[in-house]
Write a protein that binds this ligand. Structure first.
Ligand code: PMP
Length: 309
């Protein structure tokens, strides 16, 4: 669904609330030409106590951390961005939504050096259902190992959520969809499993969980961290510093993706190989149920993860 079909009308930009249609930038913006922006994607869930933003502090922390390699300074404090986000949700009367903060080098000159380009900051929020579809959450998706490799962390900081990185995600995801798959799995330069275009990956084997370590050229996903915490609290052993080979995917009992957009999405097939019995596996289902119980606040546990609007 396009933005024009949504009931949204306000964007926060550089300290002010502006009409949706007025949130414009110059065509010679540095970030547009060179991908010099950093961003976040968080979710706000509809709960009995009103809209609740999930792990906002961690998203803000990652946003500011992502600026560091690019020497970018956001001219707004965390408190200001938090207040802006809360008010944005209230003004648009959103009960649940996806939240997209972005900071980027703006308009001044177009040398690759950002020079005196100002840092621009904006936040948008809009309704966004299941990223890969409701059916995906229940029945799982078929994924393709991309022919594209993930950037090596020696080439670009893969732990910073930088706009320019996402052309790699676009190439991998579109290649998969062109071939009839819902999403891609992207291998790192070494040929081991990194992650999805916008998701981290988990494998279940013999009742234990495995997810590629941070040195495998992945984003340090907040949902990855959430699932590790939930799984450990449920008594599972989680191996989160490992390297996973492509071949291990084929023999996994279960596989699933995690992400703020994708939430917990089972994977039922990788290329031509059926994973487990080809449906959502029992461990995935337990973790997925727990995840939704937590984010929809049907439990008091983990309340520290929520900011109520
Ligand atoms: N990897 C990549 C490349 C992503 O874009 C995302 C989405 N932000 C993730 C992993 C998952 O991260 P998170 O759980 O923090 O959304």
């Amino acid at each position: 669904m396009g933005f024009d079909e949504m009931d949204v009308d306000t964007i926060w930009m550089d300290g002010e609330f502006v009409d949706w249609d007025d949130a414009q930038i110059h065509v010679l913006t540095h970030g547009l030409h060179y991908g010099s922006g950093v961003f976040e994607g968080a979710r706000c869930y509809d709960t009995e106590e009103g809209p609740a933003i999930f792990r906002w502090d961690e998203h803000l922390e990652r946003l500011y951390q992502s600026c560091k390699p690019y020497e970018m300074e956001i001219d707004h404090s965390r408190e200001e961005l938090t207040e802006a986000t809360v008010e944005l949700i209230q003004r648009q009367d959103l009960s649940s939504c996806y939240i997209r903060p972005i900071a980027f080098y703006g308009y001044n000159s177009l040398g690759v050096s950002p020079g005196d380009c100002p840092t621009r900051t904006a936040i948008a929020a809009w309704p966004w259902g299941a990223y890969l579809g409701e059916d995906a959450l229940e029945n799982g998706i078929e994924v393709m190992i991309s022919s594209w490799r993930k950037h090596a962390s020696s080439q670009i900081p893969t732990n910073a959520k930088t706009t320019g990185l996402y052309v790699n995600s676009m190439l991998a995801g579109e290649e998969a969809r062109r071939n009839g798959y819902a999403e891609a799995i992207v291998l790192n330069k070494e040929g081991d499993v990194a992650e999805g275009p916008g998701e981290n990956l988990f494998m279940v084997r013999d009742g234990e969980l495995y997810t590629p370590g941070l040195s495998e050229s992945i984003l340090d996903g907040i949902t990855r961290d959430t699932v590790i915490t939930l799984a450990e609290d449920l008594g599972y052993t989680v191996h989160d510093t490992v390297s996973i080979s492509r071949g291990e995917l084929n023999t996994a009992d279960e596989l699933f993706f995690t992400g703020s957009a994708a939430e917990v999405t089972p994977i039922r097939k990788v290329d031509n190989v059926v994973i487990g019995d080809g449906s959502r596996g029992p461990v995935t289902e337990e973790l997925q149920n727990k995840f939704f119980e937590v984010v929809e606040r049907r439990t008091d546990e983990y309340d520290k993860w929520f900011d109520y609007v």
